[in-house]
Ligand binder design. Structure first.
Ligand code: ARG
Length: 286
């Protein structure tokens, strides 16, 4: 790498550094992209860099693989309803321990090791997420919630003090019984981006972005508008697990978030490339 190249990269970043300064960026991280320690470090470094240049990043995480691993370790049998795990009381207890206890604190530890300042919380801290019971096409999935309200007060205090909030995707139950609901991390990130009036919502996934043909990187769609995203869903080009992600992005865009990005969280420093170059590396919807 020669010096001129390095200088060009920095100059290309200049307008974005200026434009995103002071702006809140909500990043969702989870799934397979979170398993590898090296990759995890690069994601955390990207967030620290974003913060150092004046942006206000917020990290929202799930932890599916770690929850599965713990359920297996504890020999916990799960009931599946149409392919989705039914979250009973015992499962919810494990989800709470793994997400808010283990995964969340491991991420915060990594921030501190990499020289950043982060605070880990979950949906109950400061009344961040309140949820009602979620029903998928009328199906009861147990203790799974649908976020009804977001209280951003605590997060704003953290952001104002130069601290990166790390949020585990569980919510308070909005009823007399109390306790917790498990909430989908993509949805939680979307709800948070809307409530914080974020500039961007970025979903770090384990695919390069939205592709016409999943097996062909050449068909990656780098940019689309809301119209195009809707028609790709209708035509069946966007399918399966990508549908709720794109729909979450569309909802955030409809409610004032300027851009939503679906980026490969497995590829090192994909966040920086997406944010600070003209072409980015994933799919941008706006
Ligand atoms: N860095 C710019 C931004 O974050 C452009 C990103 C373009 N990305 C893409 N996938 N087309 O707004």
């Amino acid at each position: 790498m020669d010096e001129q190249f390095n200088a060009d990269v920095l100059i290309e970043a200049l307008p974005y550094l200026r434009r995103f300064s002071g702006k809140i960026i909500v990043i969702k991280y989870g799934g397979a992209a979170m398993i590898n320690e090296g990759v995890r470090q690069s994601v955390i470094q990207d967030l620290i860099l974003m913060q150092q240049v004046g942006m206000r990043p917020v990290l929202v995480h799930g932890g599916g693989p770690e929850i599965d691993r713990m359920l297996k370790k504890l020999n916990k049998e799960s009931l599946f309803v149409e392919g989705l795990r039914y979250t009973d009381d015992e499962t919810m207890e494990i989800v709470q321990m793994v997400l808010a206890g283990k995964v969340n604190k491991d991420l915060v530890e990594l921030f501190s090791r990499m020289g950043g300042k982060a605070v880990g919380l979950c949906g109950s801290d400061g009344g961040l997420f309140m949820a009602n019971r979620f029903r998928k096409n009328g199906q009861d999935l147990g203790l799974v919630g649908d976020i009804q309200s977001v209280n951003t007060e605590l997060l704003r205090t953290l952001l104002d003090n130069g601290i990166i909030p790390v949020v585990a995707s569980i919510a308070l139950r909005n009823d007399e019984e109390g306790g917790f609901y498990n909430v989908n991390a993509d949805t939680a990130a979307g709800a948070l981006a809307i409530a914080l009036k974020a500039e961007k919502l970025i979903l770090l996934t384990d695919v390069p972005g939205v592709m016409e043909d999943k097996s062909d990187l050449e068909t990656l769609i780098r940019e689309m508008d809301v119209q195009m995203a809707k028609s790709l869903i209708k035509r069946g080009v966007i399918k399966a697990g990508m549908i709720p992600k794109v729909e979450g992005c569309l909802q955030a865009l409809a409610k004032g978030v300027s851009a939503a990005h679906i980026v490969d969280g497995r590829s090192p420093h994909s966040l920086l490339v997406e944010l600070f170059t003209d072409t980015g590396m994933g799919t941008m919807i706006r």
